[in-house]
Ligand binder design. Structure first.
Ligand code: SF4
Ligand code: SF4
Length: 466
């Protein structure tokens, strides 16, 4: 990532702000920021939080809007049910999503991290705000951390612990509701705990993980764990729009407010942009892996610029090329190529999605069975397995495509599928001897659901050697 002015010292690249020379964690106390971007991020976070917590309760025709039941391999995405049999749709969807992320990042940098990422929203817009409320701004937090365990520290830390833990518990329950659904979650909460030891263990583990992340791990999740952050080096280029310090305008930095030297730029080296940074970096060193695009430094610097009677935007959303060459080219060759690939993938995805049958059936000749003679027919036994991907009951029936006079005899009743259900059965296919050609002859079986043909399945039919 090359966005710093080349003559700047590069020593900041040898270390990261959250680890000292001895390898010990340096705790970051970002100063509370006020500004336009922070205000709009707060509003947007309310929207996303409302969506996240209400998500498991939103029903479409009585079913969850989203469900990711990896245990039973049932997935509902925007009200549409997916099964492992829809793997091809999901794979194309995931690849399209990854290409979308690559394209989006090439154009808009890490906009997602600052405005949409759940980790940033929870950390900066929920837990950090609680911390400011209980412990005060950065200076008071530092003071509290250095205090012995007196009454004030015990009161503040235990209040924070209680609130952080309760919120982590709430997030863990919501997370689980997306996996198993609200009905099963309420059973775990309300039933005899001994009947739901697995579910209770999951809630406890998730609560512990969320508490650990927001109490202690914090920005390390973005710096160490997040693969998206790590990919920035290859995803960004000089035309990507990022939160960037305008070093052409800002340098040479000088602390003097009055009688500024003639060669001084607009930066007064107040370090407010560093003080508010939740990952502890100095954006004036250029785009860095640690920057989560939270916009705090924009707001902090804008406040200084207003006080200095200078135009806002010394730190702003812009590209390196825009700063250096005053050009902004969004549709670069790379972006055009990604757009073409993404369009093709989306076309394929929607084709697969819309042509997906409501039911999916497997028909196999019964193992170890040859054929029988039934008067004027040769008869083969087939096993059936059918999945209903809809939320309504479906009865599946079959027809032989090539031979209208062929008969189908179900073993037992027709295949009746409950909503999102799976059913197994067996049937005999009787082919008139006059139509029989050779052992292993091809047979096309049409599958009907709700009176509509949903699939045609190719199989084989066997009989005597002619
Ligand atoms: S807040 Fe603005 S003026 Fe102050 S150090 Fe940062 S870039 Fe320079
Ligand atoms: S450099 Fe600015 S945008 Fe990046 S993480 Fe720090 S404060 Fe946020």
């Amino acid at each position: 990532m090359e966005t710093a002015a080349p003559e700047k010292p590069q020593s900041f690249r040898d270390t990261i702000a959250t680890v000292d020379q001895d390898g010990q964690r340096v705790w970051i106390y970002p100063k509370l920021v006020k500004g336009v971007f922070y205000k709009y991020r707060t509003y947007l976070s309310w929207f996303f939080l409302a969506l996240l917590f209400s998500g498991p309760f939103i029903r479409v025709h009585g079913h969850p809007l989203m469900l990711f039941n990896v245990l039973e391999r049932k997935f509902i995405i925007f009200g549409l049910a997916f099964w492992p049999q829809d793997f091809n749709v999901l794979v194309v969807g995931v690849i399209a999503f990854i290409v979308f992320i690559v394209l989006f990042t090439a154009v808009f940098g890490r906009l997602f991290c600052g405005w949409v990422c759940p980790q940033t929203i929870f950390m900066e817009m929920v837990f950090r705000k609680i911390e400011y409320w209980i412990e005060g701004d950065a200076a008071q937090q530092r003071k509290l951390a250095g205090m012995p365990w007196n009454a004030e520290k015990i009161r503040k830390r235990s209040t924070k612990f209680l609130l952080f833990f309760s919120l982590s518990f709430l997030i863990a329950n919501t997370f689980l509701a997306y996996i198993i659904g609200t009905d099963d979650l309420f059973k775990i909460i309300l039933d005899d705990p001994r009947q739901h030891l697995g579910g209770l263990a999951a809630i406890t583990i998730f609560t512990g993980i969320f508490f650990f992340v927001y109490w202690w791990f914090r920005e390390q999740a973005c710096l160490i764990v997040c693969p998206y952050g790590r990919l920035q080096g290859v995803l960004l280029d000089k035309n990507s729009i990022n939160i960037t310090y305008d070093f052409v305008r800002g340098e040479k930095r000088d602390k003097k407010i009055k009688n500024r030297p003639e060669d001084a730029g607009d930066c007064i080296d107040c370090k407010k942009c560093v003080a508010v940074c939740p990952t502890g970096i100095d954006i004036r060193n250029g785009t860095q892996l640690e920057c989560v695009n939270c916009t705090n430094c924009i707001d902090a610097c804008d406040e200084i610029m207003v006080a200095m009677n200078k135009p806002q935007g010394l730190i702003r959303y812009t590209s390196y090329n825009n700063i250096v060459e005053k050009t902004s080219q969004v549709f670069t060759t790379r972006v055009k190529a990604y757009t073409v690939v993404l369009s093709l993938l989306l076309t394929l995805f929607f084709y697969l999605l819309l042509s997906r049958p409501d039911t999916e059936t497997t028909i196999l000749r019964a193992k170890g069975q040859l054929y029988t003679e039934q008067g004027i027919y040769y008869s083969n036994l087939y096993t059936l397995k059918s999945i209903n991907k809809t939320f309504e009951p479906v009865e599946v029936t079959f027809k032989i495509k090539e031979f209208p006079s062929a008969k189908i005899r179900m073993v037992g009743s027709n295949l009746s599928l409950s909503p999102q259900g799976l059913a197994q059965g067996a049937m005999f296919v009787d082919i008139p001897k006059v139509h029989y050609r050779a052992p292993g002859m091809k047979l096309s079986i049409e599958v009907y659901a709700k009176g509509k043909k949903v699939e045609t399945i190719s199989t084989r039919f066997t009989g005597p050697n002619q």
